[in-house]
Design a protein around this ligand. Structure first.
Ligand code: DC
Length: 199
């Protein structure tokens, strides 16, 4: 069975948590596409190499690094993600993952709009910037105002880039998690998927 769930949205909206829960509930494979951009950004910054070359030569070891979840890695990812050649180098891997036998859930920024416009289910998971910054701050610590500034800066870059900007697909279900518990957000996502599987 081929069945693709595309989950897009801004940083720290809850995409990752929902995607992992959905993958577990339905037995789908899961790809965190932000990790690809984070690995490219960190590799290019640390090795001083061209981001496009870093994207083309991405290895499993690059994706297994333990420093991909930092704020710096998020910013590095967002910066290399504006480069069309970087996006192009990562496209085929994401598309073939999406068609994996047994179903797949991919989370990112452009899954429903560019990578998998034919996805069976498209969700756009969002929340108020202050709520997202607070959640990210609970993970990374430091100065909460600085975390909010980082979230706003990254949103602006991700939404305003020319190539594959962050925006909901026309047929995406929008889930605003500002006032939802994790369990409620997961249930909203699962209900949508279950309805499509029954149809
Ligand atoms: O989801 P994340 O915070 O790990 O993503 C890090 C950055 O990578 C994000 O700010 C923009 C970029 N990204 C992207 O451009 N397209 C994707 N499908 C996933 C992430």
């Amino acid at each position: 069975m081929n069945f693709t769930v595309a989950i897009d949205g801004p940083a720290a909206a809850g995409k990752g948590t929902i995607s992992r829960a959905v993958a577990e509930r339905f037995g789908f494979a899961h790809l965190d596409t932000g990790a690809l951009y984070r690995a490219v950004g960190v590799k290019a910054a640390q090795e001083g190499c061209d981001p496009q070359a870093a994207a083309r030569g991405l290895t499993a070891a690059d994706l297994a690094r333990d420093d991909l979840r930092t704020l710096e890695a998020g910013q590095a990812a967002s910066k290399v993600a504006v480069i069309p050649e970087v996006r192009q180098a990562l496209l085929e891997f994401q598309r073939s993952f999406a068609r994996a036998e047994g179903g797949a859930v991919l989370d990112g920024r452009d899954i429903g709009t560019v990578i998998c416009p034919e996805a069976e289910v498209k969700l756009f998971v969002t929340a108020a910037p202050e709520v997202r910054a607070h959640r990210r701050w609970l993970e990374v610590g430091g100065d909460e105002a600085a975390v909010l500034a980082e979230v706003i800066e990254r949103d602006a870059r991700d939404m305003n880039r020319a190539d594959a900007p962050l925006r909901p697909a026309a047929d995406a279900l929008v889930i605003d998690t500002s006032e939802l518990s994790i369990a409620e957000a997961v249930e909203a996502a699962c209900a949508q998927i279950a309805a499509h599987l029954r149809a």
